[in-house]
Design a protein around this ligand. Structure first.
Ligand code: URA
Length: 246
């Protein structure tokens, strides 16, 4: 990194590769093919340096966001571990292309292997920490299908805050029965190990399937099928930034 008047300048190919969309070699090729403009002007070569916070880069006319972190929304399918690597089993990272895996993304908050739904993958450790910190109380909303029927006693017990047999004290949670009570929406402000399953099992309503709909301001994009992912929009990133402050 080179500094000019106190501003850190980055090589163009490095900036493009940092988005996770292209490898360094692909970025160099894009530049050489004249597909990249910086502030509206053609660039001379991949070694040109720019201020990541100020330059406006486009590739084939489309604006490229060079912010230092990557944020990916994934529709986690059942059967994958929410981990970065595992010797024996596939992980959610296996769904991402090599350029993104190389960036060292990790899941911000785990889902069980059989749980589906919203998973945020990022390399922004500070954001992940703040979203997951119990002190921040970021809402996580799940859809569960259970054995038996959710009743008003269950709703009341969760609203009061349960203490499980193993001594785990749960913060008050919102339980909304759906359909005939065999499904429910549950909103937690914390994320302890197997928490939804343990709370509902303690009520005698074991979970059959579990799906995360949202986390703070971030809602799973209905257009994403299980296993599909996309980058967060600028708007979604801005909102997450506000969750981080809350
Ligand atoms: N609670 C659970 O029990 N499992 C999950 O995957 C997420 C929340």
């Amino acid at each position: 990194m080179i500094k000019k008047e106190g501003i850190a300048l980055e090589r163009l190919d490095k900036l493009l590769a940092s988005t996770g969309r292209w490898s360094r070699k692909e970025a160099k090729d894009l530049v050489r093919l004249g597909r990249v403009l910086a502030d509206g002007s053609p660039v001379r070569g991949p070694e040109e340096r720019y201020d990541p916070g100020a330059v406006c880069l486009t590739v084939d006319g489309e604006a490229v966001d060079c912010s230092p972190f990557v944020y990916v929304m994934l529709h986690k399918p059942a059967g994958l571990l929410s981990a970065t690597e595992d010797k024996r089993q596939p992980t959610v990272l296996d769904l991402l292309p090599p350029e993104l895996r190389r960036r060292g993304l990790f899941p911000a908050g785990r889902l069980d292997k059989d749980t589906t739904g919203l998973l945020l993958l990022t390399d922004d450790g500070d954001l992940a920490h703040r979203l997951l910190s119990p002190k921040k109380h970021v809402d996580k909303v799940y859809l569960a299908r259970v054995e038996g029927r959710i009743d008003t006693e269950d709703v009341k017990a969760l609203a009061e805050g349960m203490v499980l047999k193993d001594g785990l004290r749960c913060l008050p949670a919102v339980l909304e029965p759906l359909e005939d009570g065999s499904e429910c929406r549950i909103t937690l402000r914390e994320g302890k190990y197997h928490q939804v399953k343990r709370m509902l099992a303690a009520r005698g309503k074991p979970v059959l399937t579990l799906h995360r709909l949202s986390m703070g301001s971030l809602t799973l994009d209905q257009a994403l099928k299980p296993g599909q992912w996309r980058f967060l929009s600028t708007f979604e990133r801005g909102q997450l930034g506000e969750d981080r402050q809350a």
